[in-house]
Design a binder for this molecule. Structure first.
Ligand code: MRU
Length: 382
């Protein structure tokens, strides 16, 4: 079985799986310019913090490879052209920091290259490709570190030392270049035969959980169950042993210096519930999702999205006999269209409600002072 791929790339060609059509249709869109990359990210055909950064970086790499920059451009024109395209891409979505970190890195790389147009372009393309390549490696390390930490620290009466977990949103292959972050930990637990069951929330309003995570879990044959976001409390208070959740494991769009974490809206509520029930709360975050320039979660800009995400829904048509017609997708209204709507895409979970932040370089927990300190896991470049 081939693994799911949100992003397909070879030099000069980028194909992005349209996640708005999942789980019913497998359709890849070519991305040939920064404008197309921007649109793909803004419309959420690709989403998830690492995948957004990869598509932005590679979208511009393809454009450069295919000759978007005038052949007569000198080295300084080349640098300012690349800067301006990256600044434009930066505006596509504001909350996830991976994009900003990738852009900072790429701008540094082109300034370190030899002062020659084609050398600068080459350095950019290679660095963008490296971001893509490294991401899966990073996720596999997060999976391994997170699985070991949880098995050592799970405080439930485990079934033969196995655990059940709950995850929110989508953090799998579809949100990354492969394997996933929080879902990567779940995959690693499953690979090690240490997972009893994975629960995933529907993740209203955009349903990344029901449309994407459920799809990935079924695709990988991982024992799993879908619940609505509002069922988490009922799940945690159910004392059936197979439902005894050892941890909530989520991804991150931005982890700031004190450990406060912005992630898909609903994450904060889960952290409060987990705390009340004595369930571990784990954040899976590559170091590219860590922002040491921002002190606390109060400073994070939270993206607000359009009202229709709450008042309308789209899906494949269900025939009278219950079969799903995947060739027909329809959009339907599910609320009075005149109602006022507030639609923040993310919320901030305070550091005090987080037990562990799992990076590719190790697990960060609070020190004796009750604070997170990321210094020992951050690569030098940050
Ligand atoms: O709005 P989205 O779908 O881009 O939000 C995605 C999330 O919140 C993910 O949990 C997060 O980006 C981590 S992805 C590995």
């Amino acid at each position: 079985m081939s693994s799911l791929q949100a992003i397909r790339y070879q030099r000069g060609e980028l194909l992005v799986l349209d996640q708005l059509r999942l789980p019913h249709e497998n359709h890849y869109d070519p991305v040939t310019t920064s404008e197309e990359a921007f649109d793909c990210i803004r419309s959420m055909r690709v989403r998830g913090a690492p995948a957004i950064a990869i598509v932005a970086a590679l979208g511009h790499a393809v454009e450069l490879h295919n000759g978007a920059l005038a052949a007569s451009a000198g080295p300084f024109d080349t640098i300012s052209y690349i800067d301006s395209r990256l600044d434009y891409l930066y505006e596509s979505r504001p909350t996830a920091v991976d994009l900003g970190n990738a852009i900072t890195h790429l701008k540094k790389v082109i300034r370190e290259a030899e002062l020659d147009r084609s050398k600068i372009v080459q350095a950019y393309i290679e660095a963008a490709e490296e971001i893509f390549r490294k991401d899966t490696e990073t996720n596999r390390s997060i999976g391994a570190h997170g699985a070991s930490w949880l098995l050592e620290n799970a405080q439930v009466a485990t079934l033969e030392e196995k655990v059940s977990v709950l995850t929110h949103c989508n953090t799998g292959s579809l949100a990354t270049s492969g394997h996933g972050t929080a879902l990567g930990i779940i995959r690693s637990l499953h690979e090690q035969d240490k997972l009893v069951h994975a629960f995933c929330t529907e993740t209203r309003p955009y349903n990344q959980g029901s449309r994407l995570t459920a799809f990935e879990l079924v695709y990988e044959n991982i024992p799993s169950t879908l619940i609505t976001d509002s069922m988490a409390g009922a799940l945690f208070s159910t004392r059936k042993q197979q439902d005894h959740i050892a941890a909530v494991i989520v991804g991150a769009d931005r982890v700031v210096r004190n450990g406060d974490t912005a992630n898909k809206v609903g994450t904060y509520a889960l952290s409060v519930l987990a705390h009340y029930h004595g369930i571990k709360f784990m954040v899976a975050a590559p170091t590219t999702s860590i922002d040491l320039h921002t002190e606390t979660g109060a400073e994070i800009k939270i993206e607000e999205r359009k009202r229709e995400e709450l008042t309308q829904i789209s899906g494949a048509v269900v025939a009278k006999d219950g079969s799903v017609d995947t060739s027909r997708t329809e959009r339907v209204a599910i609320a009075d269209q005149r109602i006022g709507v507030w639609n923040p895409a993310f919320d901030v979970t305070p550091a005090e409600l987080i037990d562990a932040i799992v990076t590719e370089n190790g697990v960060v927990t609070k020190g004796a002072d009750g604070k997170f300190d990321f210094r020992h896991v951050m690569p030098e470049r940050w």
